[in-house]
Design a binder for this molecule. Sequence first.
Ligand code: ATP
Ligand code: MG
Length: 443
Amino acid sequence: MALLTKAVRGTGDVLPANSYKNRFIESTMLEIAGNFGFKEIRTPVFEHTELFNRSVGETTDVVQKEMYTFDDNGGRSITLKPEGTAGAVRAFLEHGLYNEPMPQKYSYVTPCYRYEKPQAGRLREFHQFGVECFGADAPSADAEVIALAKNIFDFFGIDDLHLEINSIGCPECRKNYQNALKAYFSEKKGELCETCNGRLDRNPMRILDCKSPICSVIAADAPKILDYICDDCAAHFAKVQKYLDVMGIEYTVNPSIVRGLDYYTRTVFEFVTGSIGAQSTVCGGGRYDGLVEELGGPKTAACGFAVGLERFMMLLEARNIELPAENPVDLYIASMSDDANLVAAKLASEVRETGVACLFDTVGRSLKAQMKYANKTGVLFTVVLGSDEIEKGVAKVKCMADGTETEIELEDFANNFIKISIDKAMESLTPDDGAVNFLGGLN
Ligand code: ATP
Ligand code: MG
């Protein structure tokens, strides 16, 4: 029985009392991305396993041990997306979007699936907001996606996210670096964890990303990539920093950032916080100039990032950042009889047609119980319909905030109600409310 009433380990529900927060965060992020020219793309939750093997990389933790992979009934190997970039690139290729004017800029909100050890900020189903910019190889594009992430964090008033950047060079200059790493780690082979021993030949840079305490200590003294990158990559990295400087974006160069996925080239970056414990990277991204070609497309420069939404929300909570409250229900039409409830149903339909939120009784409750329910739900106005009101065509609208009552004609009820509610809103408006209402535009 327990299996029936318990969500799968590492997954969670967003309950109705909270879901408006997710909606607000997601739509705000998409909207801010829109200000930078990014348009939403939606791709399937699952793809051919091969897509992730090729794009994320065979030697990464994600591919080696974290993917949810299964054969479907047609015998295809299918994988639930562990991240958002691969699907966006696949769609970019499948629909020939490389023929459109460049750069092509996409944003998305997507669930992701990774079989990891669940803990605070680390789930098996989590959500990412991400962007991908295709066809822009200039350093200004790297700076632009970083500026977008920063703009989002600023909008929400998050002030303790710190930007760390690095360059991991291009496949050419990385060869020298990989040789230097191989030489360094080979000497410590006996101390490295088993996985890292396997990485030594195939992809020694992965060792820098290993979470095991011993490997991380060894990795701390490893050769630094910035001493090995070629002149072009170094010039690119310097220019990215110049753009960040003129945009007033603070950062630290952290040579140990290599990111967990194989497709990155040149700029990589993370936004890190000290407020939410060990899983401190809220946003990760960078440039991946080789990926489109790797998947069979034309050579296309690209860069992007992803924000982990659960970690982002933990951060909002840790910093006591309040989101605008959900819009309350405007009106509850209570009724004193079955007949009156029929009229309530008719009036509710009229009111909702004007875009106003309205409820009436669907339980068959007493008037007292209806009013109690309306009160608990936080309704702004109530109106009671009995045979008297229906006969006279007039009822009283009660403002729940101050208890005042205003007569309303049932003829042209919807418009009459809107007039009353606007009058009330004007009455209670204080100069400060302007900003609050502006933020509260959740409709
Ligand atoms: P980490 O080093 O924390 O494992 P990562 O390098 O695997 O992160 P990315 O693949 O770059 O992460 O994903 C981008 C963002 O998605 C991360 O910065 C993080 O906020 C979020 N994220 C990644 N894995 C998880 C997870 N298992 N649960 C919740 N959020 C996650
Ligand atoms: Mg990870």
